[in-house]
Ligand binder design. Structure first.
Ligand code: BTN
Length: 246
């Protein structure tokens, strides 16, 4: 295992993707104090002022886990992050499916972090960005928040990082020991306990500009969100952007 902290880079995900292509073994952790070309899901940008958050990526080669279960990794990272940051900060952190970290501020759900996973050189690069100390005026969009704005008791990035990595290592160890089985490792139940999307009316924007409206009734054994439409049909969704309607 290697852990590097750099003052500035473009994107920690891009850096580890290059290292994975060059054959680097797991596990490598790369933390940046600042990113000037941070990337988010769906080709979005991820930008934040220097030292205002946690920006890190993990290079993983899950031994003994079949490739088709790699999709659980972003959910695993999200579950570890929500559990640790919530415990230390003494706040409730939920996960909007699949893995947006959310807090409730003044009765409204706001995003404080997200995860971007990519495959490179046979490895999974899992990148996590969390807004820690950003003030209201520094937020990228009004629907965002930071741990500080949500009233977290602790916002020291080093303390948060240390326990986050410990929590991740524990969940990752259980999950790989169970060959990536989300039931046997307890990951699915840990995730559903924090998933704020379950039981809610949702609108899902699917790839190809299609849309689905209904109730989010379950997360299945493949990590898909099961949406029940008004006619009673259940639609498993593998990828999409979820909006909580209420
Ligand atoms: C999202 O769209 O919600 C995912 C955001 C992921 C941002 C993190 S910051 C560290 C890592 N490096 C990147 O370029 N992106 C991820």
């Amino acid at each position: 295992t290697s852990l590097d902290v750099v003052t500035e880079t473009g994107s920690t995900n891009s850096d580890l993707a290059a290292r994975a292509k060059a054959g680097e073994p797991e596990a490598a952790v790369l933390v940046a104090e600042s990113q000037n070309a941070g990337r988010g899901r769906l080709d979005r940008r991820w930008s934040a002022p220097p030292r205002s958050g946690l920006f890190l990526s993990l290079l993983l080669r899950p031994e003994g886990v079949p490739m088709e279960r790699y999709g659980w990794l972003p959910i695993l990272v999200g579950t570890a992050a929500a559990a640790t940051l919530g415990r230390i900060g003494e706040l409730e952190i939920g996960l909007k499916w699949p893995n947006d970290l959310q807090v409730v501020v003044d009765g409204t759900e706001r995003k404080i972090g997200g995860i971007l996973t990519e495959l490179s050189g046979g490895a999974v690069i899992a990148g996590l960005g969390v807004n820690v100390t950003l003030r209201e005026s520094e937020l990228p969009v009004p629907a965002a928040a930071s741990l500080a704005l949500a009233g977290a008791k602790v916002t020291d990035r080093q303390t948060l990082l240390r326990s986050l990595l410990r929590e991740f290592a524990e969940l990752y160890g259980e999950w790989t020991a169970a060959a990536g089985d989300p039931h046997a490792s307890g990951l699915l139940s840990a995730y559903t306990a924090r998933c704020t999307t379950l039981g809610r009316p949702v609108r899902v924007l699917l790839p190809g500009a299609r849309e689905l409206t209904g109730e989010a009734v379950a997360v299945d054994g493949d990590g898909r969100l099961v949406v029940r439409t008004p006619d009673g049909t259940r639609h498993p969704v593998a990828a999409g952007d979820v909006v909580h309607v209420r």
